[in-house]
Design a binder for this molecule. Structure first.
Ligand SMILES: Nc1nc2c(ncn2[C@@H]2O[C@H](COP(=O)(O)OP(=O)(O)OP(=O)(O)O)[C@@H](O)[C@H]2O)c(=O)[nH]1
Ligand SMILES: [Mg+2]
Length: 296
C-alpha cells in the first residue's frame, strides 16, 4: 500500500526575495500578490499543492525586516509564528543582493527552531553569474546547517522541480489537510482587498503604498451576471488621500480599473468595483486601528 504524505512548509526570507512568486508557482495559481517593492506581503498567505500521494501546504510570510512600527511588529509576529509551527522551512535569498542584516535576522530565527529542517533556495539565478551563486551558497553554508540547498528562478521556474523534490523528501506520512479543490484558505473579501493593494503598490510611489490598507466592506452577488464590490482604501494622511485620488480622480480610476480586470479574471464574472479613500491618521503605528483594518 502506498502511503500518503503531507506537511506544512514555511517560506521565509527578507523582503523582495521572491517568496510570493515561489508560492504562486508551487500552487499553480496566483494566491499571493507580488510587486517590485519590498514589504508587499503583510499576512501569512496559505497555498496548497495537491499531487498524487501528497499534499504540501505552503505558508508565505512577510519579508524579514527590523522596522518598529506597530504594522511592522505585526508582520514580524506573523513570521515568528510560521517559523515555529511548520514542518519544513524554505529559506529564500536573492542572489542579486548582498547578504545583509535582514538575512542574519532570518538565520537567527531559524536557529531558535533548530528541530525544523531548513532548505536553502537561492533565487533569481536568471539574473546572476554562476560564480556569484557559488559564493553565496558557500557563505550561507558556513553560517547554517541546511538540510538541502537549491538554486532557483521562481520567476522562470528553473530549479523549482528540484526544490519540490527536496521538500517532498522531508514530508512525513500524514493526512490531506485540505480538500482537492481548495488552493487557499483566504476568504473572498481578503483576496479582493489584496488585489487592490497590489495595484496600489504598482501605481503609487515612495511611502504611499506602505501607508495604505484596503478593506472590502461589501460584496453583492444578488445580480447573476455581475458581482458588485465596494472597498475602502485607508491612508495615514490627507496628502496621501490626494495622491491616491490623483488629478481629476485619475489615479483612483487607474487603480480601480487594474484591480477590476484582475478580479474579473479571478472570478470569471463581470465586476463592478467602487473604491473610496479615507484617512485613518497614523494607522500603521496604532494597534487598535491595525485590528480594525484586519491586521490582528
Ligand atoms: N529576475 C527575477 N525576478 C524575480 C524572481 N522571483 C521574484 N522576482 C521578482 O522579485 C520581485 C519581488 O517578488 P515577490 O514574490 O513579491 O517577493 P517577496 O519575497 O514575496 O516580497 P515581500 O512580500 O515584499 O517580502 C518581483 O518584482 C518579482 O517579479 C526570479 O526568480 N527572478
Ligand atoms: Mg511577498
Amino acid at each position: 500500500m502506498t502511503v500518503f504524505c503531507s506537511g506544512f512548509v514555511g517560506i521565509l526570507g527578507r523582503p523582495n526575495v521572491g517568496k510570493s512568486t515561489l508560492l504562486n508557482r508551487m500552487c499553480h495559481d496566483k494566491v499571493a500578490i507580488i510587486s517590485e517593492k519590498p514589504q508587499t506581503t503583510r499576512n501569512r498567505i496559505l497555498g496548497v499543492l495537491h499531487r498524487p500521494g501528497s499534499q504540501i501546504v505552503f505558508l508565505d510570510t512577510p519579508g524579514m525586516h527590523e522596522e518598529a512600527k506597530a504594522l511592522n511588529r505585526y508582520m514580524q509576529g506573523v513570521i515568528r509564528r510560521v517559523a515555529e509551527d511548520v514542518d519544513i522551512i524554505v529559506y529564500m535569498v536573492d542572489v542579486t543582493r548582498e547578504h545583509g542584516r535582514e538575512d542574519e535576522l532570518a538565520l537567527s530565527i531559524m536557529k531558535e527552531n533548530e528541530d525544523i529542517p531548513v532548505i536553502l533556495a537561492v533565487n533569481k539565478i536568471d539574473k546572476s553569474r554562476g560564480e556569484r551563486i557559488d559564493e553565496r551558497l558557500k557563505l550561507l553554508e558556513e553560517k547554517f546547517q541546511f538540510s538541502g540547498t537549491c538554486t532557483i528562478s521562481a520567476l522562470c521556474g528553473s530549479g523549482v522541480p528540484e526544490l519540490l523534490e527536496r521538500i517532498t523528501g522531508h514530508l512525513q506520512e500524514g493526512v490531506p489537510f485540505f480538500p482537492e479543490d481548495m488552493v487557499t484558505d483566504q476568504p473572498l473579501d481578503f483576496t479582493l482587498s489584496e488585489i487592490i493593494r497590489e495595484k496600489l503598490f504598482e501605481l503609487t510611489m515612495e511611502e504611499v503604498p506602505y501607508s495604505t490598507a484596503v478593506v472590502v466592506d461589501d460584496i453583492s452577488t444578488e445580480r447573476e451576471e455581475i458581482i458588485e464590490v465596494s472597498a475602502i482604501v485607508y491612508v495615514e494622511r490627507e496628502t496621501q488621500k490626494r495622491i491616491i485620488i490623483g488629478k481629476g480622480g485619475r489615479m483612483l480610476k487607474d487603480v480601480g480599473t487594474a484591480a477590476r480586470l484582475d478580479m474579473e479574471r479571478k472570478l470569471g464574472k463581470k465586476v463592478y468595483l467602487q473604491l473610496w479613500v479615507k484617512v485613518k491618521r497614523g494607522w500603521t503605528d496604532r494597534e487598535g486601528l491595525l485590528r480594525q483594518l484586519g491586521y490582528s
